[in-house]
Design a protein around this ligand. Structure first.
Ligand SMILES: [Zn+2]
Ligand SMILES: [Zn+2]
Length: 253
């Protein structure tokens, strides 16, 4: 099993709050964002890739927010735009349907051509080396987590005690568990089930208490653990926590 993935996995499980796999993802994503804004963008091999791919909408937004290297971002954007333009616009031009005249008649080919150009745009807009690298790293992390669960008792304990695994990451773990032997999968899924059902139970009761607090008869009761239960539920339901910070809830309440 690859050791380079074990250290970050252990680190992520040493913290007890939230989903450890979300932490792994966030850290890896930050590293890739820094990589693509760092010296790598002066390397011809990297540029050859980013000229073709650019970045997906989500990662362009994150690169834009990072603002550590505006010049670098400008250079990458410039050569990517040129590449996209050279690829797309000749095809777009040749896809302009000829007007159906008396001599030429109608030619339904133009429909296919327009759809082909649209496919090209959609494909290029969504291609992203940060997504590719991240998916690749997450695949290794998930594999290592399952492996360590069966081979490292100390890790197994940390896994069982983790606050929760968010649902999208529970799904990744289940897909990996489907590749294990039946006995290994049994312990692993049992731990995952215990973790998951506990999280559902406590969130359901906290969110219910949150709603009951709006009854005037409960105004003086303490919030207990329900105050941020909406945000905690959102983090559990979705692996992306960007917009689920508690400050937003405080502003509204
Ligand atoms: Zn997660
Ligand atoms: Zn991306």
């Amino acid at each position: 099993m690859e050791k380079i993935y074990m250290i970050p996995v252990n680190d992520a499980y040493n913290e007890s709050c939230g989903c450890p796999i979300c932490r792994l993802r966030d850290k890896a994503e930050t590293n890739y964002l820094e990589y693509y804004l760092g010296p790598s963008l002066m390397e011809p091999d990297t540029r050859k890739v980013t000229n073709k791919t650019g970045f997906c909408p989500e990662h362009m937004g994150k690169l834009n927010k990072a603002v550590t290297n505006r010049l670098g971002l400008g250079l990458v954007m410039h050569t990517h735009l040129k590449d996209f333009n050279e690829d797309l616009n000749p095809k777009l031009k040749s896809a302009i349907p000829a007007k159906a005249g008396l001599l030429k008649g109608r030619n339904p080919d133009y429909k296919q051509k327009l759809n082909n150009v649209a496919d090209l745009i959609d494909k290029r807009v969504n291609t992203c080396p940060i997504c590719d690298n991240l998916n690749d790293a997450m695949g290794h992390y998930i594999e290592v987590i399952c492996w360590m669960f069966s081979h490292d008792n100390e890790f197994k304990e940390k896994f069982v005690k983790s606050e929760f695994h968010c649902l999208p990451h529970t799904s990744l773990l289940l897909r990996q568990a489907a590749k294990l032997s039946q006995n290994d999968a049994s312990d692993f899924v049992e731990a995952l089930y215990a973790n998951n059902s506990q999280t559902f139970d406590s969130l359901i009761s906290d969110v219910e208490y949150f709603t009951l607090k709006f009854d005037y008869r409960n105004t003086d009761k303490p919030w207990g653990t329900s105050k941020n239960s909406i945000q905690r539920s959102m983090r559990f339901l979705s692996s992306d926590g960007r917009d689920f910070d508690e400050q937003q809830g405080k502003k509204q309440s």
